[in-house]
Write a protein that binds this ligand. Structure first.
Ligand code: PMP
Length: 433
């Protein structure tokens, strides 16, 4: 009998291990309060808006077309509506975007959530062994996506203002010294209210990071993948200036989603890519699914064409702000007196990043994880959010992943349960300190 695996090499690279572990924990312990899931608030899901939009699009003369196949790049109507929304976020009229940046609806690719867009970009740009630089910590699912195409995620020094310019320089120096600079293909950033850290990449840094790339990679070979999943979810309604808007080298690929601002169940995300990447991305998308759900695209287009979307997003922001406040109040009450325990107050998005004293592990097999399970609360171990490899700016060496952090999400639970979850977390943490 042959011992050779029937699976492709690629099957071995992909790993959904972390998510499976969290799901298994949740199923084994149904009374558990989850601060782990990055799901959106069920109370804000727009049932009435969707009912209304569905009735309207089905009453239109072209209703049958919506139940037909669409095209891989997506419905023209939604691509145009997405472009309008993007122009509004950028504060630049669509005509000007077309004139100055050549951005038209033809450069909008609609995908099944932004996760698919991130995956298509990794497939299109990374050969096995190629490097994607990431913040530390970063969106842990993306680490799996990079690994899934055989890529190497390498973490760059990051602080309260996001990835540091010195860290990026150090990473580029390192790969230059070891003769692997050509392998660095991608820099992945989540500039607004990052998952998992809640950090906003400081305005000055957005320019500085692009300046460094322009100086060291003037041909724009190293692409920047800007994941703007939480851009509209700033609690004071301020919309950050994108990396895309400052790009002078056509290197920034912009990824957006309607999952956080509207409904993840519709599975609609989008990407804006440089011209020469559009066709390769569309071709891959076609191979995967012929195009995202056509009906959902028209439904969302209808919502975007009305003034209902903006009003809904304003409600969502208010709801998350209330929930953030409830979780922070609970953390202060139940963990506030513990030395070495701290957390960052996010100004938007869905996540609080908490720090425990050095030497206390939050990992799946740690005493804390066991205590949390016993006390009925779940969190995402921070370790999952760090790429295994890093470049330390001082030494140029790779450092082990920090193990004393956790991601807490206030997305799913209501205000009362968030307080209770904080109390349970407080009990669990106290029991291991
Ligand atoms: N990027 C980030 C930073 C996220 O947190 C998520 C969802 N958790 C996604 C992308 C993907 O979401 P979706 O596919 O629903 O757009």
């Amino acid at each position: 009998m042959s011992t050779k695996s029937p699976l492709s090499d690629r099957s071995g690279w992909a790993s959904g291990g972390a998510i499976s572990e969290l799901m298994a924990q949740a199923i084994a312990n149904p009374d558990c309060l989850s601060l782990a899931a990055g799901f959106v608030d069920p109370a804000t899901l727009p049932v009435d808006l969707v009912k209304q939009a569905a009735a309207e699009v089905l009453a239109a003369p072209d209703a049958r077309d919506l139940l037909q196949y669409g095209t891989p790049a997506g419905a023209g109507r939604l691509r145009a509506a997405v472009l309008e929304l993007f122009a509004m976020l950028e504060g630049v009229p669509t005509e000007e975007l077309a004139e100055t940046r050549g951005l038209t609806a033809g450069r909008v690719l609609l995908t099944n959530g932004s996760q698919q867009f991130l995956s298509l970009v990794c497939q299109a740009l990374l050969n096995p062994g190629d490097v994607c630089l990431v913040a530390g910590p970063t969106y842990f699912v993306m680490l799996g996506t990079i690994a899934g195409v055989g890529g190497r995620a390498v973490r760059v020094e990051t602080d309260d203002d996001g990835m540091t310019p010195a860290g990026l320089e150090a990473a580029l120096d390192h790969f230059q010294t070891v003769g692997e600079l050509p392998r660095v293909k991608l820099l992945y950033l989540v500039p607004d209210f990052e998952n998992p850290s809640g950090v906003v990449l400081a305005d000055r840094r957005r320019s500085e990071l692009l300046d460094i790339l322009d100086r060291r990679d003037p041909d724009g070979r190293i692409r920047v993948l800007e994941d703007a999943a939480y851009r509209e979810l700033g609690f004071d309604g301020t919309i950050g200036a994108s990396l895309w808007g400052r790009d002078r080298s056509d290197r920034v690929i912009y990824s957006g989603t309607f999952s956080k601002s509207f409904s993840p169940g519709l599975r609609i995300g989008f990407g804006l890519a440089p011209v020469e990447l559009m066709q390769p991305l569309i071709d891959r998308k076609g191979n995967e699914d012929f195009g995202s759900a056509h009906f959902n695209q028209h439904l969302l287009a209808r919502v975007l064409e009305s003034d209902r979307y903006e009003a809904h997003v304003a409600d969502v922001r208010r709801s998350y702000r209330r929930k953030r406040d409830a979780l922070l109040a609970g953390l202060s009450e139940h963990l506030g007196d513990l030395p070495g325990v701290s957390w960052r107050e996010p100004a938007g998005g869905l996540y609080v990043w908490a720090n425990l004293p050095e030497g206390v592990s939050t990992g799946f097999d740690s005493p804390l994880a066991e205590a949390a399970q016993r006390d009925g609360v779940m969190y995402v171990p921070g370790e999952l959010c760090y790429a295994p490899e890093s470049v330390d700016p001082a030494s140029g060496e790779s450092r082990p992943r920090p193990t004393n952090h956790m991601r807490l999400s206030y997305g799913v639970l209501d205000v009362g349960l968030l307080r209770e979850a904080a109390a349970r977390l407080g009990r669990a943490v106290r029991s291991v300190l």
